[in-house]
Design a protein around this ligand. Structure first.
Ligand code: ATP
Ligand code: MG
Length: 308
């Protein structure tokens, strides 16, 4: 089956053309677009009827949230930066970590394995849209499973660009795409950094390691040099920050390698609490949510500077 003949259900079809399901249903009924009765819509037909909507699309920004060290706050910052951005923009969060921490916060059931969609080791690449889940208004999730851990060895040149290729058809449906990266170096991370336009580095201020920062700086430079000249370092975000005393010295140390965000993420108990309750942050603690809104604003400002 060629990609163009894919068949979508109502939810997938409305997502594809960039409308909410209610407006979509109204429109297809009004225009009697094939599928309006059965609820099954061919991609080629949708492309014809909704050409204007589809081609308009966003000039999306793909941000990899990355630090090879574990527990620095990658998942936390990915989640709540995405939540804050989704208050005003269309956002896709890509869980690109076999630990699937972000996925497990939203989905209890088994999810299809992204590995069946990427086109790795002789498998055919498949349209990823059907596995993207809408988790709240303007906020979609591309889930992960443990099988992503099998993405280890590049067999073909393309294997570095599997994620980039996979999101190409859906990229322009989102203004911001956030990639939650794993705490490791290797093919999974390389796929993320080759797919991304920007990188944001969370740094835990409590157990701070300058050596870790140096290593990460090297990795990023290597990717920029060899594989993705487009990749821009947005900067480091200091996380789990407590008390102002050490801030100046700490920021100075990091600044030797990275620009540092002015917004600092405070250490707050409500963060692990929100995660344990599988809740959005805004429902648990508005003060902390405000902290992530400030981060979102700064991210947008930095991206605007890069784009102009
Ligand atoms: N600002 C914060 N205040 C309080 N707790 C935090 C904060 N940021 C992160 N945490 C907690 O620290 C732990 C590690 O954070 P998180 O999972 O976001 O890190 P990570 O970099 O994604 O880890 P991994 O490398 O394993 O993917 C989590 O339990 C999280 O709830
Ligand atoms: Mg994580």
């Amino acid at each position: 089956m060629s990609k163009l003949d894919a068949v979508f259900d109502l939810e997938e079809a409305s997502k594809f053309v960039g409308l909410n399901p209610v407006d979509f249903q109204k429109k297809v009924t009004e225009l009697k677009i094939p599928g309006w009765k059965t609820g099954e819509f061919k991609k080629s037909i949708l492309a014809k009827y909704f050409e204007a909507n589809i081609s308009e699309g966003y000039d999306s920004s793909v941000i990899a949230v990355s630090n090879q060290k574990g527990g620095e706050g990658k998942t936390t910052i990915s989640l709540y930066l995405a939540e804050a951005l989704a208050e005003n923009h269309k956002v896709l969060l890509i869980d690109w970590d076999p630990q699937a921490n972000a996925t497990q916060l939203f989905l209890n059931d088994d999810v299809p394995s992204i590995m069946d969609y990427l086109g790795y080791r002789g498998k055919k690449p498949k349209d990823i849209m059907p596995i993207i889940k809408n988790v709240s208004e303007n906020f979609d999730l591309l889930p992960s499973t443990l099988e992503l851990a099998n993405l280890t060895t590049p067999y073909e040149r393309d294997d570095f660009e599997l994620l980039k290729e996979a999101i190409l058809p859906i990229r322009s449906s989102y203004e911001y795409i956030i990639i939650d990266c794993p705490p490791s170096l290797g093919l999974i991370l390389e796929n993320a950094l080759i797919c991304a336009d920007y990188i944001l580095v969370p740094i835990q201020t409590r157990a701070f390691s300058l050596q870790g920062i140096r290593d990460l700086h090297e990795t990023i430079q290597k990717i920029q040099r060899k594989a993705n000249q487009r990749l821009k370092l947005l900067g480091a975000v200091l996380n789990q920050f407590e008390g102002q005393k050490a801030l100046a010295g700490l920021a100075e140390g990091v600044k030797k390698y990275f620009p540092v965000f002015e917004t600092v993420i405070q250490r707050r108990e409500s963060i692990p609490q929100a995660q344990a309750r599988m809740s959005f942050l805004a429902k648990i603690d508005l003060t902390t949510m405000k902290n992530f809104r400030e981060l979102a604003t700064e991210v947008k400002e930095k991206i605007n500077v890069e784009k102009n």
